[in-house]
Design a protein around this ligand. Structure first.
Ligand SMILES: [Zn+2]
Ligand SMILES: [Zn+2]
Length: 372
């Protein structure tokens, strides 16, 4: 028995999203049918719409879904119908990265998240009998229902029963990436300085986490004063507007011994290279911003080797969703990760408005609410 649902179909950058009737496959043994309640809008959705990431279109996007389990396959044991869940990226579970619980670096990341079908090529969604590209990040949550997998579905702990789905949904991608980069990938040490370049959802997630880690100072760099004000509210000790100030000079003056950590969310080569030049010995520059394909970075070799400095590519903040998402929820409930300040909700049928607000920078984290 299949499931009738409504989904926002992405036809590319030329056309707005359109909400249409679809049909979902039945969940297989290791899959979960989720009634979506809320779904965050992320820059990766925009990158796919604009085809900077070659997911085949038309497609159902959405990868920060949260909802209620409707049905589970026979091999799924960690969730049951009625449980509240958050979904994240999917992974294969049996490659050298998955073996050491680093699923964000899954050797099979592409087929498990971005080919428009299950990794074996079978479709999860149909429209009038024709297969439709879905299974985006193992979910495709811009819809009223989604087929997800045991591997990318995290159960919301009972202790968080009072938290709304719109608060929980966006934890599964950008915020997890920023927080994980600080707390896991770079393992920021107490008392060392960090500079965060770019204060969107990922950068602000990193700033909240840097405060948790006890980094000092915590320097936020952006070109929008409103974002910098939010960064300060969330834990930045210093803010620099790189339009009116010279970030390199300002950071040198604040941290004469150099930065312990620089975290780049901009993907702009010049900023990454400057950030590297500001590192103290053993300093790390963590990179999550996607540069244009073919872009090359240049570093001074003696400075790189001499001080044991590191350049670290980071995906998903090295998060293992079954471990890290509950940890973030704990931080949120204790008031240490107030990410709800970034959220603005939109009804599902205002999806195009929500995208516009996210792109213009007016809203850090738009979250769609599905009709009940
Ligand atoms: Zn995302
Ligand atoms: Zn894997």
């Amino acid at each position: 028995m299949t499931t009738q649902a409504q989904a926002a179909i992405c036809y590319g950058s030329e056309k707005p999203f359109s909400i249409e009737d679809i049909r979902l496959d039945d969940p297989r043994d290791d899959e979960v049918l989720v009634r979506i309640v809320a779904c965050g809008v992320c820059h990766t959705d925009m990158a796919v719409r604009d085809q900077h990431i070659p997911v085949p279109l038309p497609a159902i996007l959405g990868h920060e879904g949260a909802g209620v389990v409707e049905k589970v396959g026979s091999a799924v044991t960690h969730v049951k119908p009625g449980d509240r869940v958050i979904m994240s990226f999917d992974s294969c579970g049996h490659c050298p990265s998955c073996d050491i619980h680093k699923p964000t670096y899954c050797y099979n990341f592409f087929p498990y998240n971005w080919i428009g079908t299950r990794a074996d090529g079978s479709p999860t969604a149909y429209q009038g009998g024709t297969p439709l590209n879905a299974n985006f990040f193992g979910q495709s949550s811009f819809a009223t229902y989604a087929i997800a997998h045991a591997s990318n579905t995290a159960r919301v702990p009972d202790s968080a029963a009072h938290l709304s789905m719109e608060t929980l949904a966006p934890l599964g991608c950008g915020l997890m990436t920023g927080a994980g980069a600080v707390l896991r990938s770079m393992a920021v040490r107490k008392g060392l300085p960090i500079a965060v370049f770019g204060t969107g959802a990922v950068g602000l997630g990193a700033i909240m986490a840097a405060k948790i880690a006890g980094a000092n100072p915590i320097i936020a760099v952006d070109i929008h004063d409103s974002r910098l004000a939010l960064a300060k509210e969330l834990g930045a000790t210093h803010t620099i507007n790189d339009k009116s100030q010279n970030a390199v000079d300002e950071i040198r003056a604040l941290c004469p011994q150099g930065l312990g950590y620089a975290f780049d969310t901009t993907g702009i080569n010049k900023i990454i290279e400057q950030a590297f030049s500001l590192l103290a010995p053993l300093g790390i520059v963590g990179i999550v911003g996607a540069s244009a394909p073919g872009d090359m970075l240049t570093f001074d070799e003696s400075n790189f080797m001499g001080g044991g400095r590191r350049v670290m590519g980071i995906l998903g903040g090295d998060s293992d969703i079954h471990g890290f998402l509950p940890e973030l929820i704990e931080h949120h409930m204790a008031g240490r990760f107030p990410h709800d300040k970034l959220i603005k909700t939109y009804p599902f049928d205002a999806i195009n408005e929500a995208f516009h607000a996210g792109e213009s920078g007016e809203v850090v984290k738009p979250v769609l609410l599905m009709p009940s």
